[in-house]
Every structure is written in C-alpha cells, then in structure tokens.
Design a protein around this ligand. Sequence first.
Ligand code: COA
Length: 532
Amino acid sequence: MTVLRSALNTADDTFRTNYRHQKQVLAELEEQVQAAIEGGGQRYQKRHRDRGRLLVRERIELLLDRDASFLELSSLAAWGTQFAVGASVVTGIGVVSGVECMLIAHDPTVRGGAMNPYSLKKTLRALEIARINRLPVINLVESGGADLPTQSELFVHAGKIFHDLTELSALAIPTIALVFGNSTAGGAYVPGMCDYAVMVDRQAKVFLGGPPLVKMATGEDADDEELGGASMHAKVSGLCDHFAVDERDCIRIGRQIVSELNWHKLGPGPTMPADEPLYDPDELLGIAPSDIKVPFDPREVIARVVDGSRFGEYKALWGTSLVTGWASVHGYPVGILANARGVLFNEEAKKASEFIQLANQTDTPLLFLQNTTGYMVGKQYEQGGIIKDGSKMINSVANSKVPHLTVNLAASFGAGNYGMSGRAYDPRLMFAWAGSRLAVMGATQLAGVMSIVAKSSAAAAGREFDTEADERNRAAIEAQIEQESHAFFVTARLYDDGLIDPRDTRTVLGIALSAAHSNIVAGQRGYGVFRM
Ligand code: COA
C-alpha cells in the first residue's frame, strides 16, 4: 500500500472558508445535541431526581464499563417536529462487561418516556442494528407506552418491537430488560419478550392494565404493587428473574448478566497495524466546501481516517470520478469506495461493481464515502447503457454480504444514494457529516424539473403558462427541497444513524467496524445476473 501524500494547503483561503463553515455547522449540531441531552428540560429533570431516580444518561454511564466508548445513534431524531429532539429514547452501542451491546433507553423526563412515531423508528432501527451486527440488547425501561395523541401513527407498527425482540432471542442474540419504572400495557411485553428481566423494587410497574383500567374492566380493586410491582413479579408471577433493591443494584445485575453470557464475537479481530493517520484529523474541517456543488478529492479525507494514511488504490486511472482502494481502520481491513467528482459515469459504475465483488471474494468490509449527485444522464450516456451499468453497481451492492459502513461526506443525491449503499441497501451502520445534504436531486434542479413539467402540461392542455406564478412556485419548491435535504431534517427521520463531527470519523468507524465484527464477516460467493 502507498502512503497518501496530502496536497491540502491549510493556509489558503478555500481551506479557511471551509473550516469556518464546518465550525459553524458543528456549533449548530452541538446546540441540538445539548437539547437532546436536556430531554424534558429542567423542570421534569428535577421532578425525576426528586423522586430519587437517575437520569437516562446517568443510567447508561453506570451500565457501561468505566471509560468505555458509547456510540450514540440518531441523537437528533425528531428534530424540527412537534416532538422533543432525541425522540424520548437514547440508543447506542456501548461496552458492558467487555461486550459490545445495543442500549435502548427511555428518557422518562420527556412526556413520561412515551413513544412517538420517531421514538418507534429509532427503537426499531436500534433493534435492526443489533440483529445485523449480532449485538446483545439491553433495554433500560421507563416509559408511558404509546404517545396517545399520535397512537394512529404508531400503534400498529409498535408491535414490531416485541416481534424483533423475540426474533433476536431466536437468533441467539440475548435480550435484557432492566425495568426502572413504568412498563405498562404494550410496554409490559418488553420484559415479557426479553430473555432476562430485572426489576427495581417500588419503582417497576409492569402490568397490562393499571388499577383504574382493571376497576373498569372487572370491578376488581387492586394497587400498582399487586398488579405489577417488582416484588410480586419476583415472588409470584415469576416474570422478574432478578429483584433489584434500587437502580444501582439493577445496573449491577444487568452488568452481571452480560458477564455471564459467555459471549464470543464471530468475526476476526483487527489484523493490520492500527497506527494513526499521518495527517491531523482537525484538517478534515477544511476539506468539504459549504457549496456542495464544489467537488473535493476524497483521498484528502481517506488520508486523515485510515491507519498510517496507507491506501492501495485500485484502477486509479480508470473511472476517476470514483476512488476505490484498500486500507485499514483501527486495524480492520476495509475496501473504500469514495466519490471524487460527484457524478457516476459508466466506467465508475463498472469499476464499483468489480471492486465490490473483489471485497466479497476476500471477506473484506466495505466503506462507502458518499459525495454523489447520481448517475450521468443524457443521450450519450443512455445510449452507452448507463442504466445497465448503474444496475450492475446496484446489483453488486445489494447482493454484497460483507459489512457495509456508509458516510455521507457532502452530498447524496439520486440513485447515487442507492449505488453508494444508502439506507435502503442495509449498511450495518451509516452516518453523515453534519454539513451534508441528501435528496432525490438538488433543490434547484428539482424546482427546474417541476417548472418544465408545468410548462409542458399547460401547453398540452392549451392553457396559457403563468410565468410569474411559475417563478413563485419555483422559489417555494426550491426552498422546501433545500430544507428537506438539510442534514438535520434527514437525520431527524432516521435516514441515517446519526450526524458526526468530521474529526470523529476514524473513531466512529473504528467502533462501528468492531461492532460489525460481532457477526460473521463473510462475502457473497455468487451474484445475481449482471446486465452486460
Ligand atoms: N402519551 C402522551 N403523553 C403522555 C403519556 C402518553 N402515554 N404519558 C405521559 N404523558 C405526558 C403527560 O400528559 C404529562 O404532560 P404535561 O407535563 O405536559 O402535563 C407528561 O407526559 C408527564 O406525565 P406525568 O403523568 O406528569 O408523569 P409521571 O412521571 O408522574 O407519570 C406515567 C408517568 C407514564 C406513569 C403516567 O404519565 C401515565 O400513566 N401515563 C399514561 C400511561 C398509559 O396509559 N399509556 C398507554 C400505554 S399503551
């Protein structure tokens, strides 16, 4: 492998402008992450503490091994919606008793920890990540169940939580419920479906129907403890496997359960030298421009992310809009596909297909660094079979079995999002730099297309075309698409697993690769029919 030589000039104006822009974006990100950490705000936090309870992040911190990493996912879920940023649940990959686990933790300070449509998406994605990467799941439960005013949007789909928990168990991926508080109605099935249930004395409330509902349904008088307290479930129903005297005891028992899982990762450990890159990761802030139309050399990113800045480039002189090659991150070998000039032409699509097959042949995980405006359009390219070549690439990506990790560095537009292993192509984990954009196409192009369609439609109907109204529509659509392609909007809807600071790319990928190696790492040996 060659050591990459950086051509980045940290003293020039472009670098400084980009750097300032990224800093500004990161300040905005930090503000929103803080809002997520505040959960329901000071009033509800105080009330929660006054009840002698730990906040959700304190529970997580105590559960994790000392100084262990916690890769929080989708921190900005529900951003910009009627619901609190973070969507009343914290999810992430953390190390508990030496085992990488998926943590799903309700935040009871946000509307009693009730689950809204975004919390549901976040929870289901966490369960999916646990399944595809084979990570034991620990639920830290304290939730008012469904957010009742939005029940119509979540009730039916929420059943999938219980479905997925038991499916994980059947796949020999252990599931644990640590019940700190309310876990009623449908929520009672979380400890019900988990392999292990721990409940906190005088705090856990696990019943299908609380006292008022029982009174209404059967006329019976009963209190919370009789219906679903930890003591009752430990001594009478047997739903509780471990009775915890308080929250800290519950966390201790949770750690003990994980330590007794006899857990082995199925993928290999790191095999390559894991030395730091030669270049300062801080310089990553000066690479991606504020204007996503301006291309940049992804080798500058690779040089600041991979071990020793070593990169064995594949087909360097062919299909140059896509950079492909071999490297390692924290000692884990990876094949990298990175867009260089945005557009994917025929050569790039074919090069990607070959490269993905090579990685599968050698069981090497793939890292997709997206900065694409999609596949090339136009007579020359259509006649040259761009659909067939794009299809080859999508075939290779879709049928590839090695772990995929995807990072949107700047732009993810059109079918380029699919070809570069976007959300619908099952990356084990996917992240986006906070300044990136994602949409079916750029805002200006989309507004322009709509305007042309409107003009043809008016002509076909024999109507006069209102140019002024068209200008207004165009501006409105452009503004709408601009807003909808913003990284915060995209991550709010769980189209990725979280926004990251570019400087953290190496660390995030290291944690993600390590988690991905909990499962078998094996490539696809046969492929679908390629359109030649
Ligand atoms: N849906 C929507 N909002 C809910 C909610 C739910 N399931 N549960 C609680 N909230 C809201 C409350 O209306 C309250 O809002 P407000 O402060 O703006 O008035 C806020 O969350 C806090 O609730 P509160 O009852 O004050 O908190 P608590 O900590 O004392 O009690 C619960 C929490 C969850 C035990 C209690 O709110 C409760 O029993 N909720 C209903 C549970 C339920 O029946 N869920 C349906 C299951 S399918």
